[in-house]
Design a protein around this ligand. Structure first.
Ligand SMILES: Cc1ncc(C[n+]2csc(CCOP(=O)(O)OP(=O)(O)O)c2C)c(N)n1
Length: 634
């Protein structure tokens, strides 16, 4: 593909020198480049394709050397990356050591704020606007937020304070009527109030007619309505909402019309007295037919074949943990009318889309509102229902207080299905689910299960729903281990683990999805050392299988822990507390495999697990080295 305009650009500011025709050509070149790279590396395709013209218009209007631009979530920033000095590295997008899939301060001076989790942009931009004013500077601060991201409380908190502070700030609402799925909530209905001017004139005429028909005072009322500040347009359009929050509202503007975008951005930039909201309408997936047709599927994709209209690259697959969870939940809910499924804008990602299809009356998508999801579930649980809240590990971080204060303190039977636990791969540092064991296990009343495979996940879900207490299950992104699914679900006895591999001399205690790799490691160790280590699966991270773990500490002199989460405060840390409380630490040698005190960057799940020694052969190597080291000491 000819990239001649893209290739000719030296600085982000060069975009401002291009004619609208050239910008249109450049938009084609950028879209081709994005499709080419994302089809190879995977990534957020539809969101990025939707904002190509908006990105060009922003660069044509603002000076990225001085002005500040914050992309909400940041999954739509690929065109921006291409135009801000990262074209030559773009092929490395989301790969180990390559460009991040999200804006990052450390990656480029043009990334003014790091993002990944939704709905932070207005708050951050307002902070930057205040900082600018305190320093007596005059640059612009611009936040670009999607209509999906606008459903979150934090976005409203930002709007609320921005309206109150009345600082100069530009918020661009990128409205494509989609979150990952269709957008939800009353707000989305307000945003979709498109008024043709004809409709507007008709409404206005009807209203004036009605007012005039009121005896005695009608004429005066009509005059007042016409003259007053009461804006017909903003009353009947989304502007009403934003103007009530003291924003100047501009729009809606066609987000693929470069001339209109530039004109309206210039208008927004000229507003001196307080915040302005520019409402831009875009088409998610614009310019790539399969993505336009199915923006949900192309929101975030693995590698695919663009030349065959986006058919996925054929991969041999076991069922994913997510699929098994989704199917099991539907089965259980068909038998128990008290089960309610809740997702925070991730029906497809969490596998609850099946529930939406089969049992829509008991399915709730709350929007990108993880905090609300948890308290909403607590409300249901307080009245006898059995809510199951499916949220990714990284996004449940948002709900820490709600989990403690609304669920656990009241000991309410909410089941948390924590998908994408552990290292997730290419989405990187903002998305790894590595903190959940540490941020949940210290909460009183909380129960915590880490099923080792998709079969155990089913039993864990069944158990949790029967438990009458808060319970979280955490399981990883991706395919399971291809194990047989036992047809009859069974209760997992609370706080009881399983010795999944008999053995001697060395105990490997592995958590959740690291149990199967630990068993593989045991086989490899046998070949190397001539004996098989024992492998223990605690199943329950809380309550711990204390009896069995205390017994292990007495029987073994050498123990290796494996967990795909942070070592600080995680699973092994819990066992060491237990052993310390029983004065058992003096006689046992311990090695811990897990994630050290660092944020983990992006790369494939396999590469990252290799890097942190979490794969079977890595575990085996650590075990052998540790054991040999101990032998040579004695
Ligand atoms: C706190 C949080 N929850 C969930 C997500 C997952 N997520 C990423 S993008 C997205 C939808 C965002 O919709 P919108 O803001 O309208 O942007 P669009 O993708 O439509 O361009 C969601 C739910 C997230 N990034 N952060």
């Amino acid at each position: 593909m000819d990239q001649h305009i893209l290739d000719s650009l030296q600085q982000p500011g060069d975009v401002a020198k291009l004619s609208n025709e050239e910008l249109e050509q450049l938009a084609h070149e950028i879209r081709d480049m994005i499709v080419q790279v994302v089809s190879h590396n995977g990534g957020h395709l539809a969101p990025s394709l939707g904002v190509v013209e908006l990105t060009l218009a922003l660069l044509a209007t603002f000076n990225m050397e001085e002005d500040k631009l914050i992309w909400d979530v940041g999954h739509q920033s690929y065109a921006y990356k291409l135009l801000t000095g990262r074209k030559d590295k773009f092929a490395t997008l989301r790969t180990l050591g390559g460009l991040s899939g999200f804006p990052r301060i450390a990656e480029s001076p043009y990334d003014h704020f790091g993002v990944g989790h939704s709905s932070t942009s207005i708050s951050a931009a307002l902070g930057m606007a205040m900082a600018r004013d305190l320093r007596g500077a005059s640059h612009h601060v611009v936040a670009v937020i999607g209509d999906g991201a606008l459903t979150a409380g934090e976005a409203f908190e930002g709007l609320n304070l921005a309206g109150h502070m009345a600082r100069r700030l530009i918020v661009i609402l990128n409205d494509n009527e989609m979150s990952i799925s269709s957008n939800v909530g009353a707000l989305s209905l307000i945003l979709s109030r498109t008024l043709s001017s004809q409709w507007m004139r008709q409404k206005r005429r009807n209203l004036l007619h009605f007012l005039r028909s009121i005896p005695h005072i009608g004429e005066n009322l009509a005059l007042y309505a016409q003259r007053g500040e009461w804006s017909f347009k903003s009353f009947f359009t989304p502007g009403m909402l934003f103007e009530a929050l003291h924003f100047t509202y501009i729009g809606p503007v066609d987000g693929h019309d470069l001339a209109a975008l530039k004109k309206n951005l210039a208008m927004a930039a000229s507003v001196e007295d307080g915040p302005v909201l520019l409402h831009v309408r875009t088409i998610k997936g614009k310019g790539f037919a399969p993505a336009e047709k199915n923006p949900t599927k192309y929101h975030g994709v693995s590698s695919f074949l663009p030349e065959t209209s986006g058919r996925s690259v054929d991969k041999k697959h076991f069922a994913t943990f997510t699929q098994v969870f989704g199917e099991t939940l539907v089965k259980l809910a068909q038998e128990d009318p008290n089960i309610i499924a809740i997702t925070a804008a991730m029906p497809e990602g969490t596998g609850t889309d099946l529930f939406r299809t089969v049992l829509p009356e008991r399915f709730v998508d709350v929007g990108i509102c993880e905090q609300h999801a948890v308290t909403f579930a607590a409300g249901l649980a307080a009245t006898g229902f059995k809510p199951v809240v499916a949220i990714y590990s990284t996004f449940l971080q948002r709900s820490y207080d709600q989990v403690i204060h609304d669920v656990c303190l009241q000991n309410l039977p909410v089941t948390f299905c924590i998908d994408r636990a552990g290292l997730v791969g290419e989405d990187g540092a903002t998305h790894h689910g590595m903190f959940d064991l540490a941020y949940l296990r210290h909460i009183p009343n909380m129960h915590l299960i880490a099923p080792r495979d998709e079969n155990m996940l089913r039993h864990a879900l069944y158990t949790s729903i029967q438990l009458q207490a808060p319970c979280a299950l955490r399981y990883p992104r991706g395919v399971g281990f291809g194990v047989d699914l036992e047809p009859k679900l069974r209760l997992l006895p609370c706080g009881v683990g399983e010795e999944v591999q008999e053995g001697e001399k060395i105990a490997i205690v592995a958590c959740g999805n690291r149990v199967h790799p630990a068993m593989e490691a045991a086989r490899l160790v046998q070949k190397e050392l001539g004996f098989t280590p024992l492998v223990f699966d605690p199943i329950w991270i809380k309550p711990l299988p204390a009896e069995a773990l205390l017994d292990l500490a007495v029987r073994f002199k050498c123990c290796i822990f494996v967990e795909d989460g942070v070592l600080a405060g995680g699973f092994s840390s819990a066992v060491l507390e237990l052993w310390s409380d029983h004065n058992l630490l003096t006689d046992i040698h311990v090695k811990r495999i897990g994630i050290p005190d660092t944020f983990v960057e992006h790369g494939s799940q396999l590469e990252l697990r290799e890097m942190y020694g979490l794969r079977g052969h890595c575990i085996a190597k650590t075990v052998v080295e540790f054991y040999r080291g101990l032998q040579s000491e004695h």
